[in-house]
Design a protein around this ligand. Structure first.
Ligand SMILES: C[S@@+](CC[C@H](N)C(=O)[O-])C[C@H]1O[C@@H](n2cnc3c(N)ncnc32)[C@H](O)[C@@H]1O
Length: 386
């Protein structure tokens, strides 16, 4: 996703962009960094590096963390949490991330005790200051996590769905499948197996120009002493004004699933995301899919994130559905674009249509495939809308 993220960040005003493994480095004014926290559909976290130093062992790590002026970032009686990541082979002393976090917390608290006699406390959920320590090649980078909590947590999702896609992964799928260009009044979006509704909800948020962070109440910068409250207030106001709410100015969204319980979670999520009125949810088996084009739009995007089965017997059973997805695309959605997102390389081949592009994306640690399709209208007689 790095390349997509780089393009998105550039569009949001970041400069000096440099793609790195699983991330993109950039420069930005603080207000632009806030805009990225509010508007990035793809990023997980936005980190502001404040110090970089050699940390080959615990003593140097402690000294390096203690050398930072923490009173510029946190009130003495504030709360903090430390999150540690490592790349490559860490030194034996610093292999345990829990130990690294503890040592760093001691350094921060010792500094406060020796200067003001009061120390901050640890609060893992929504602290005033979320600190990230990254260790690589004997060096440490200390950053303030401006996002605070992973940005894929948009704040609209209810508990209870099985295997939902992360919201930022769903957005990446939609961008790669061409939804931003296809999205216009008169067009349609159809998810044949919507589960908890992540794809249609993210598609509707994109089309309605709703900031993905619109529903979040917590960000890592809100309790940080460097916070610019006026800049944040303005960005929130602009995000409210930017929303397109008139359904006539938007595509139509259809989301199907065979499972009623999952559908009720999807409906709840859509309500939280304020897109209930845009998405038509319906219990429907894949085999009963009705004619998509032109009934649901003269052009559009139809897709599925089908189950991909972990046992061999399941994989065999699922082949029928994958074949059916390909047939549905071809026979019922002429002139539309399509996509299948799956964790099974074997099943992806069963769809039976020639993909226009293939992308590898990770769903957590699972290597997944996104196949996109263009269905030609050919000489099929258009079906009269019912
Ligand atoms: C991997 S989940 C989709 C997850 C979804 N993208 C999300 O983010 O929540 C697959 C969904 O396909 C549905 N499903 C499986 N077989 C189906 C069929 N034959 N017809 C309709 N829905 C089906 C399941 O009920 C399940 O909700």
């Amino acid at each position: 996703m790095e390349q997509l993220l780089e393009q998105e960040l550039a569009g949001l005003g970041a400069t000096s962009l440099k793609r790195e493994r699983a991330g993109v480095r950039f420069e930005a004014e603080l207000a632009t960094a806030y805009r990225i926290c509010l508007w990035s559909r793809l990023a997980s976290r936005i980190l502001l590096p404040i110090s970089h130093f050699a940390a080959p062992d615990a003593r140097k790590l402690y000294a390096g963390v203690k050398a930072i002026r923490w009173r510029d970032h946190l009130k003495p009686e504030g709360t903090l949490a430390i999150d540690v990541t490592q790349s490559g082979q860490p030194s034996p002393e610093l292999r345990n991330t829990h130990f690294v976090a503890l040592k760093s917390k001691d350094a921060i608290c010792d500094q406060f005790m020796s200067t003001v006699g009061v120390r901050p406390s640890v609060e893992l959920a929504q602290p005033d200051l979320q600190i990230r320590i990254h260790l690589e090649k004997g060096e440490a980078t200390v950053s303030i996590d401006l996002s605070g909590d992973s940005l894929h947590r948009r704040g609209y999702r209810a508990a209870g769905a099985q295997a939902p896609l992360k919201e930022n992964l769903a957005s990446a799928i939609l961008i790669l499948a061409g939804w931003p260009a296809l999205s216009k009044p008169g067009a349609g979006f159809v998810d044949l197996m919507c589960g908890s509704g992540t794809l249609p909800i993210e598609a509707a948020l994109m089309s309605s120009n709703t900031a993905p962070g619109y529903f979040r109440e917590y960000y890592g910068f809100l309790g940080w002493l460097g916070h610019d409250a006026a800049a944040w207030k303005l960005l929130k106001k602009q995000a409210i004004e930017a929303r397109i709410t008139d359904p006539k100015k938007l595509p139509r969204f259809f989301a199907f699933d065979r499972d009623n319980r999952t559908l009720s979670v999807a409906r709840e999520n859509a309500a939280e995301a304020m897109v209930s009125e845009l998405i038509h949810f319906e219990r429907r088996e894949l085999k009963d899919a009705s004619q998509i084009a032109p009934n649901y739009g003269s052009t559009g995007l139809v897709g599925a994130n089908p189950p991909y089965g972990e046992r061999l017997s399941e994989v065999e059973e699922l082949k029928t559905d994958y074949k059916l997805i390909g047939d549905t695309f071809k026979q019922k959605a002429p002139g539309w674009n399509g996509f299948v997102f799956t964790g099974s390389a074997e099943l992806s081949k069963v769809v039976g249509l020639k993909p226009s592009a293939r992308h590898l994306l990770y769903n957590g640690s699972i290597e997944c495939r996104l196949l996109t399709y263009e269905m030609y209208s050919g000489s099929r007689t258009p079906v009269t809308p019912s």
